[in-house]
Design a protein. Structure first.
Length: 121
């Protein structure tokens, strides 16, 4: 009986650790840094509920993580922005392994890790 209980406890522990690892893998994000070098491609979309039109701009650019590793980024402006990003602006784009690009924020040049900044020049 004690042996069966010990086996069940070990299996439960393995299940918890595997579940936590899977959760981390699918929810963690890595910041990538890029500098806006174009005005992006203008895309007109429609709200499915109200049929209202809004303008977004899509970008396909290279980005670099804290270690200077390259990744092709594919992201777009938020519908409320309604204009392209300012050329020359630095962005931090959060990327998830499973979902891709999650969001972005403008950052100052001083906030970018040195290895990523060296690649952006």
């Amino acid at each position: 009986m004690k042996k069966l209980f010990s086996v069940l406890v070990v299996l439960l522990g393995i299940l918890v650790v595997a579940g936590a690892g899977t959760f981390y893998y699918f929810t963690s994000k890595t910041p990538y840094y890029t500098q806006i070098v174009t005005t992006g491609e203008r895309v007109i979309s429609h709200d499915t509920n109200t049929q209202e039109e809004f303008v977004q701009y899509t970008y396909q650019q290279e980005g670099y993580d804290e270690e200077g590793t390259l990744r092709e980024l594919d992201f777009m402006t938020h519908p409320d922005l309604g204009r392209p990003f300012r050329e020359g602006a630095y962005l931090k784009v959060d990327v998830n392994r499973w979902k891709g690009e999650l969001g972005y924020e403008e950052v100052q040049k001083e906030e970018i890790p040195q290895k990523a900044l060296d690649k952006l020049k």
